[in-house]
Design a protein around this ligand. Structure first.
Ligand code: SF4
Length: 416
């Protein structure tokens, strides 16, 4: 897919590594700490945990002087670019810049005094620090002015659902960006987040036509992971598939590690980032399964995340009926049958083991295959032999026929 052409930003330094956003740089994944920034040890631990999960950039809230005072120490103990999230108090931005933070986020909805914004721009320009201008549907404008502005802007985007909010966010961005243009400061990234997926799609499409700055995508207040993931992936996935977006944050009311994991998985799925670690393919299960496939899939997923860095495809299939076709292209595959599993490595059958041995044997094959790939003995995605489905009557047992004949007991999924 062709990406929208944008300017490019550099965030970070020699210590953190420089992360580029926009231009032809890979799309980056951001997240935000959930603890108090002035609790230095906890903040450092959380940042390092998020970086280990794959976050390219981590944002911290700095509502108090104590938070900006903590930044210098936090920066000295972490190795990922840090963004100071500033609302209401422009002094926090100046203090964060002074501490050496790598990027500032300003909210036009609560810091809009021109002199104050100019002071932040000057400080950032002097140190080469980029700024994200992030409007947010929930804090787009002071409440007392909201009705008046909505009436003024109501005629714009009247054919869009919630077009008045879209108009408010875009007007606010355009007014704010004039301050930056007047200063000839272009080290800027833009976001316009809302909690409604369709409004987010419409708004980002529109601002992508009006600005050539990199866009930071997000659906704000998306909710818990269970529903927030759908709302976020619908909006962000649509935009990314249209070539819009240069960096993103998925926002959950949950552990921010999930934000990183799901952001990366979305980019990998769209082929916008090179995958790190194994890609797991698993059958959705149906009435044919005769092993505890749900548990096997979860166990395989956890262990692969711990042990495998090479982007191999691993398939865990419930039966031999559709399994071979559905596992097409997998480097490593297991086809379960009547409490057994047959394991293949790039089309070669390597084992036929009872259910309780499937997990360990599969992982052993994955680790061995990883070594072979690293040493150049094997190549990812190279399928040397077509997978011939195991004989469901012979090797894997006849399934329901066996149960009907009383040779084996019925297996209930979830039973230990
Ligand atoms: S692989 Fe077999 S058990 Fe799994 S969904 Fe397909 S047909 Fe059903």
């Amino acid at each position: 897919m062709e990406r929208r052409k944008t300017r490019s930003l550099a965030i970070g330094n020699d210590r953190t590594g420089v992360i580029r956003v926009g231009g032809d740089a890979p799309i980056t994944v951001q997240t935000m700490t959930s603890g108090s920034t002035c609790d230095i040890d906890a903040c450092v631990a959380e940042i390092n945990r998020l970086a280990a999960a794959g976050a390219d950039i981590v944002r911290v809230a700095v509502p108090k002087r104590a938070d900006t005072e903590a930044l210098e120490e936090i920066l000295s103990q972490t190795r990922v670019p840090i963004v100071a999230d500033v609302h209401f108090h422009y002094q926090r931005a100046l203090e964060a810049v002074e501490s050496g933070v790598h990027k500032i986020r300003l909210n036009p909805g609560n810091i809009d005094d021109r002199d104050q914004v100019n002071a932040v721009i000057d400080a950032c320009a002097e140190r080469g620090i980029p700024i994200r201008v992030g409007v947010n549907e929930g804090s787009i404008i002071e409440r007392k002015d909201k009705q008046r502005r909505m009436e003024e802007l109501g005629k714009f985007f009247a054919d869009h659902r919630q077009g008045h909010l879209m108009a408010l966010m875009i007007a606010k961005l355009e007014e704010y960006m004039e301050i930056f243009e007047a200063k000839d400061f272009h080290d800027v990234c833009i976001s316009a987040k809302s909690m409604d997926a369709r409004l987010a799609i419409d708004t980002y499409r529109e601002i992508s036509k009006r600005f050539d700055y990199p866009l930071h995508l997000g659906v704000t207040h998306a909710g818990p992971r269970e529903t927030g993931s759908i709302r976020s992936v619908v909006a962000l996935g649509t935009l990314l598939a249209e070539g819009i977006g240069d960096t993103l944050r998925i926002s959950y009311a949950s552990d921010p590690v999930f934000e990183v994991e799901d952001g990366l998985e979305m980019l990998w799925s769209l082929g916008l980032r090179e995958r790190v670690g194994a890609e797991l393919i698993a059958c959705p299960t149906c009435g044919r399964i005769q092993v505890d496939l749900f548990r096997l899939v979860q166990d395989v997923r956890t262990k692969l995340a711990d042990d495998i860095e090479v982007p191999m495809k691993v398939a865990v299939m419930g039966c031999v009926v559709n399994g071979p076709g559905e596992a097409e292209g997998a480097d490593i595959a297991v086809f379960a049958g009547d409490r057994r599993g047959i394991i293949y490595v790039q089309g070669q059958r390597v084992a036929n083991v009872p259910e309780e041995e499937i997990l360990d044997r599969l992982l052993e094959e994955c680790r061995t295959f990883q070594q072979r790939v690293r040493s150049g003995d094997a190549k990812l995605g190279e399928k040397t032999v077509d997978i011939v489905p195991p004989d469901p009557i012979g090797e894997l047992g006849s399934g329901f026929d066996s149960i009907a004949q009383g040779k084996v007991e019925r297996v209930t999924v979830g039973e230990s």
